[in-house]
Design a protein around this ligand. Structure first.
Ligand code: PEP
Ligand code: MG
Length: 907
């Protein structure tokens, strides 16, 4: 190796160049991420906790910086420290680096202070050469394994360290080409069918290829290999991928990367070896018990790849009892149990731990906080609080508002008989009903035709993501609870059943068959409907009825904590008594938006509504409205009753009238008859109502300026309903809201109209009700003149759907044609109709709030656009001092939690 004598490293506070770990000791700590990288710091910490990590050492990020400062030369003293580090590993493992009989193999990995997945380089199995490979073959009693490792090492080293290039014409990796040629020559299809002899030949061929392409020979000396790999990892800090990644995330180049060298451990040296993944709590239910899977005589990726279905870690009452890790390797299991307890206690969080047993000895390879279902997320956090591990605020901070949605997903009715044709692993909860498709493309295509589908695969891979997103549920024949399908589906909160071994899929024919006890072979064709139960793992033919979900017992307590922590009120957007009742169950404190137009569409009233619209004079219109009045009164009565004691914001009619118009001849005839006019006359009146741009046309308050009797009738219905309820002793709290106001004069006129009608009704009924009058703020001008509008408003409610539309000039109806392109090209990170645009729409909101409150300091301000249920938008509303957010009933719990998190993030 080359060294530099420049004093740059010594100048760095005399810190060591190399930090060792393993055997219950370590030179570093978990705090030293900047110096040791995330990985090195994590290993140091685990070793300190006496967790049996494969021993190793980390070359610091300072050495990396010194390496660059000195023109890619290693600092003085590094050689001796690295040799001492290797000796440390040799002592613990009892093997020798370069030793012919018992060779120590190393992994060499990069590690920046933050994880940069896949950006920098890694070399595995370092230390193999023609001599040590024989030692490995002998010790493992498995020459095929030894030569396969050797072959992979030469290829990896050739690519990463020596810089082998792909074929410029075919873009093929040269080693892959040689492997393919070897399989062809041997007449086999799979890598695993090549024997030790063939793999040995491949090693020689790989090396010859290196010499031919690069003019150098492959280094056989283990130490030369080591220095080459360390240099390559340092150099990979400046590779184009890593540089671009750092630019995107704004990471400075002088962070540097550390290099961690660690003993390789193998779970595939025989039947006293195993590898697995364990969660310290049940990742599906959150129960306080270990859960996880392992495979005997396997490598880590075999567990997650899904090619073999793994066995459970814990012995259960099932048929897998004897094959569980607990039973098969009881000593290692006990050690694992202790390590799990230590790690969970230390990190105060449920851990996802990778382990390997090599010839009876347990090694922990990695720990991180574990992914979990929404159900488990709630239960684990509440349990941790009750166990005294974390406090309530921390429990709330740990919730993902989006994941809560899973708890709100339907489950199949247990009482309905099931025609179960197969059973797999309950990988991700939920109930899915859909037509069977066999590929991601098929899934996307069927869904674009309006079908609901279930994606059925032997196993899934990242290419299937689009199909998984499109599908209602995912069913795989292979793979366990930690397979790709399971992990991805759980992350999406999507129903998934994996490892359904009885499925025989024939992709070509577009079908699968299963042997069902008592029924024989059952064939399910592409397009047939199946139902998947992600909570039991059962697969049923046909469509099963689904029921509302049952959240964990801890859910109510957690939501109570959220309610205690939040400042924002949460209301629901609901237009029917049934939705209002559901909103109450979900914890809404009132209705923030009751859109009255939905009531106008009812079968029993649309004719009256059409008569009203097609009326040519006030008298005709009033006649039609008189028919609508009692129906509206019933609507409002039902909603106000369901929300007794809470405010109900009723918005007066908003949409352009043409939305209700008759479209076909029978409908036109019906209206003609009701109005006593001809068909031609009806057609003429309908045509006259047509608008070029109805969204900016005759809608909202403009309807009431031209046809005041429409709002008068609605107000009459509201106040009559409220008076009747109050007389009954029901606490009805209507808030009357005027849409699409852009000028204070609009609101002042309509306010007079509302007050006059309300007074009239109350006098007639001899009852008084408390009601307020407010406006939607959904036009930029309304924000700008909010101080003047506030003179006539008791409250503001931001209609951010229209405000987004009018601020961006983006049509709510048409923008979906080009929005995907904007999202693809990163012009938007999220759809602005989903996540509030803080810079534009948000700035207008700020002006609206400030100006409105400058007139009325206690002006009530809320939001009722779709953004009211989006966690990031809820945070913004909290920060801007709104009084409440209002969203669809199913999103109410999400908004409650997001509001609590927003309040906590201020502390
Ligand atoms: C809005 O514009 O944000 C709103 C809530 O009203 P609508 O969606 O009914 O136009
Ligand atoms: Mg609107």
């Amino acid at each position: 190796m080359t060294t530099t004598s420049e004093p740059e490293v010594a100048a760095q506070a005399g810190r060591a160049l190399v930090y060792r770990f393993g055997d219950g000791t370590s030179d570093g700590t978990g705090e030293m991420r900047n110096l040791l990288g995330g990985k090195g710091a994590g290993l140091a910490e685990m070793s300190r906790l006496n967790i049996p990590v494969p021993p190793g050492f980390t070359v610091t990020t300072e050495v990396c910086n010194a390496f660059y400062a000195a023109g890619r030369q290693y600092p003085q003293g590094l050689d001796a420290d690295v040799r001492a580090g290797v000796a440390h590993i040799e002592r613990i493992v009892g093997a020798g680096f370069g030793d012919a009989e018992n060779p120590l193999l190393l992994s060499v990995r990069s590690g920046a202070r933050v994880s940069m997945p896949g950006m920098m380089d890694t070399v595995l199995n370092l230390g193999l050469n023609d001599v040590t490979v024989e030692g490995l073959a002998e010790r493992s009693q498995n020459p095929r394994f030894a030569y396969d490792s050797y072959r992979r090492f030469v290829a990896m080293y050739g690519d990463v360290v020596l810089g082998m290039e792909r074929d410029p014409v075919s873009d093929r990796d040269p080693f892959e080409a040689l492997l393919a040629a070897k399989k062809q020559a041997r007449g086999v299809e799979l890598d695993t069918e090549l024997d030790a002899e063939a793999l040995k030949e491949l090693v020689a061929e790989y090396k010859a290829e290196i010499t031919e392409q690069l003019g150098v020979s492959f280094p056989d000396d283990s130490w030369e290999q080591l220095w080459g790999a360390v240099g390559a990892v340092f150099s990979s800090w400046e590779n184009p991928r890593a540089v671009v990644y750092r630019d995107i995330y704004g990471y400075p180049s002088d962070w540097g990367t550390a290099v961690t060298l660690q003993a390789m451990v193998f779970g595939n040296l025989g039947d006293d070896c195993a590898t697995g993944v364990v969660f310290t709590r049940d990742a599906a239910t959150g129960e306080r018990r270990l859960s996880g899977e392992y495979l005997i005589n396997a490598q880590g990726e075999d567990v997650v790849a899904g090619a073999r279905t793994p066995q459970p870690v814990i012995a259960s009452a099932s048929a897998d009892y004897e094959r569980s890790f607990e039973r098969a390797m009881p000593d290692s299991y006990q050690q694992l149990e202790r390590a799990c307890a230590t790690l969970e206690e230390h990190f105060k969080e449920m851990q996802d731990i990778e382990f390997t047993v090599q010839q009876g000895r347990l090694w922990i390879l990695q720990t991180r906080s574990g992914k979990r279902t929404g159900h488990a997320m709630v239960k684990i956090a509440v349990d941790f609080v009750e166990e005294g591990v974390i406090d309530r605020d921390e429990a709330l901070r740990r919730q993902s508002p989006e994941q809560l949605e899973e708890l709100l997903h339907p489950v199949f009715d247990q009482d309905v008989e099931r025609d179960v044709i197969a059973k797999g692993l309950a990988a991700s909860p939920g109930a899915a009903v859909g037509r069977v498709v066999f590929s991601a493309d098929e899934a996307a295509e069927w869904v674009s035709r309006g079908e609901r589908v279930t994606l059925v695969r032997n196993e899934t891979s990242p290419e299937d993501i689009e199909g998984m997103i499109a599908a209602q549920g995912i069913l795989t024949a292979r793979g366990g609870m930690t397979s790709h399908a399971a992990v991805v589906a759980r992350g999406m909160g999507k129903c998934c059943v994996t490892g359904c071994g009885s499925l025989k899929i024939e992709y070509q024919q577009g079908r699968f068959t299963v042997d069902v006890p008592g029924q024989g072979s059952v064939t399910v064709e592409r397009g047939d409907v199946i139902s998947l139960d992600g909570t039991t793992g059962e697969v049923m033919l046909g469509e099963l009825p689904a029921l509302d979900p049952v959240p964990p017992e801890e859910y109510d307590l957690l939501m109570q904590w959220a309610d205690d922590a939040r400042r924002l009120e949460v209301r629901a957007n609901a237009d029917t008594p049934a939705d209002a009742a559901k909103a109450r169950v979900f914890g809404a404190h009132g209705i923030g938006l009751c859109r009255t137009e939905h009531m106008f569409f009812g079968d029993d009233r649309v004719l009256a509504v059409r008569e009203m619209i097609c009326a040519e004079n006030e008298a005709e219109r009033r006649e039609a409205l008189a028919k609508i009045l009692p129906m509206q009164r019933d609507d409002f009565s039902g909603i106000l009753r369901a929300m007794a004691g809470y405010p109900v914001t009723i918005r007066l009619l908003d949409p352009p009238l043409h939305e209700f118009l008759p479209t076909d001849e029978p409908e036109l005839l019906e209206v003609a008859e009701a109005l006593g006019i001809t068909l031609e006359e009806t057609e003429r009146r309908v045509a006259a109502l047509e608008e070029f741009n109805p969204m900016l046309g005759h809608r909202g308050v403009r309807l009431a300026i031209t046809f005041p009797e429409i709002y008068e009738t609605q107000v009459q219905a509201i106040i009559e309903a409220a008076c009747d309820l109050v007389a009954e002793g029901v606490d009805a709290k209507p808030e009357i809201m005027v849409p699409l106001v852009g000028m204070e004069a609009e609101l002042s006129q309509i306010r007079d109209l509302i007050n006059a009608m309300a007074r009239r009704v109350m006098d007639e009924r001899g009852t008084r009700v408390d009601f307020s009058i407010g406006t939607m703020i959904e036009l930029p001008r309304a924000c700008m003149v909010a101080d003047r509008i506030a003179e006539y408003a008791d409250f503001f409610s931001f209609g951010t759907n229209d405000l987004t539309q009018t601020t961006y000039g983006l049509s709510r109806d048409d923008s979906s044609r080009f929005l995907p392109a904007y999202l693809d090209r990163d012009l938007f990170t999220r759809d602005p109709f989903v996540e509030l645009d803080r810079d534009g729409v948000g700035a207008l909101m700020r002006i609206g709030i400030e100006r409105g409150r400058s007139t009325k300091p206690d002006l009530q301000v809320g939001i009722c656009g779709e953004h009211g249920g989006d966690p990031s938008s809820v945070e913004f509303c909290h920060q801007r001092g709104l009084d409440y957010v209002s969203c669809s009933p199913f999103r109410v719990p999400i908004a409650r939690l997001a509001a609590a998190q927003a309040a906590l993030s201020e502390d």
